[in-house]
Design a protein around this ligand. Structure first.
Ligand SMILES: [Zn+2]
Length: 304
């Protein structure tokens, strides 16, 4: 989701539970597309999009707690007690525990359930962004990758470590949340309205918490669930009522329209591009590797 390039090719490929993004996707030359973006280190502890609280105030700057052995042990116990906890929920726990402040919100004064609620309302891009910073605080900036072969010369890279602080970050400037209006291919009925234009916003983290494996492994379901959670408005519906798009609406507008909307959602999602780049140690060819940010890999012993 944070990686517009690979998600446009196959939205399902970004979910960690589906395994690593295939190298032929990860290695697509993205340098021209993402070049010139600020790095994670340059953006610092500031959410790429931001959180609007109940009063409408935007919060972007955040601080983290001091990550120590006790916190790690506490999170480890939580994982042990809840073996079937979906990764999205676990990341919410980690981020909720790791945040000290978000704007004026003091996370240390919130109950666990309240922290979880705030995190689930954050944008996907913002949650992942905080999560990467937590990883840096916990284990340092370098992330070791699984062995892979150079696509040009076949050289086996056994010890490639990417620098998380060098990740490129798409930041949304401005007060309002980013939105995109998309014209669908086929008019569809929403209630009594004939709709030709749909407005979408970035994906919220709640999508990751509520999507089960059947959604994440089925590209069609994945696209529909993405659309459902990121649609902001449909043309002609002026009363501000929340928009709920169903399978029938998706059928009405046609699959190409759904794909176009999902691409728009990815495009405005922003956040850290979860890929590390490097050059082959033997032939010098450039490569990019997608980051596996599942907790075990990202925080586990294997990533040290
Ligand atoms: Zn090579």
């Amino acid at each position: 989701m944070t990686n517009a390039r690979t998600t446009k090719t196959d939205p399902a490929a970004v979910d960690p539970r589906l395994g690593e993004v295939p190298p032929e996707l990860a290695a697509l030359d993205g340098e021209d597309e993402v070049g010139g973006l600020p790095t994670l280190e340059e953006v610092g502890r500031r959410l790429p999009i931001g959180y609007r609280d109940a009063t409408g105030k935007l919060h972007r700057d955040f601080e983290l707690i001091e990550w120590d052995w006790d916190v790690e042990e506490e999170l480890g116990e939580l994982a042990e007690r809840n073996q079937d906890m979906p990764m999205g929920v676990y990341v919410s726990e980690v981020v909720g525990r790791g945040l000290r402040t978000l704007g004026e919100l003091d996370f240390t004064k919130l109950k666990r359930s309240q922290r979880r609620l705030v995190v689930s309302q954050l944008y996907h891009a913002d949650v992942i962004y905080v999560y990467v910073w937590l990883r840096i605080v916990a284990l340092g900036r370098h992330l070791k990758f699984e062995e892979f072969d150079c696509e040009t010369c076949g050289f086996a890279h056994e010890n490639f470590a990417g620098d998380l602080k060098s990740l490129e970050v798409k930041v949304h400037e401005g007060e309002g949340s980013p939105t995109a209006e998309v014209e669908v291919e086929r008019e569809f009925r929403y209630g009594k309205q004939e709709v030709r234009r749909v407005t979408v916003g970035p994906l919220k983290w709640s999508f990751m918490e509520t999507s089960d494996v059947t959604v994440l492994t089925n590209p069609a379901k994945f696209r529909l669930a993405t659309l459902r959670s990121a649609v902001v408005a449909v043309e002609g519906l002026e009363n501000g009522a929340p928009v709920v798009l169903t399978r029938e609406h998706a059928k009405g507008m046609g699959p190409a329209s759904v794909n176009r909307l999902v691409a728009a959602i990815d495009e405005i999602g922003g956040g850290a591009v979860m890929e590390c780049g490097g050059r082959c140690a033997r032939c010098g060819a450039k490569f990019r590797r997608a980051i596996d940010w599942t907790y075990d890999n990202f925080f586990g012993r294997s990533s040290r």
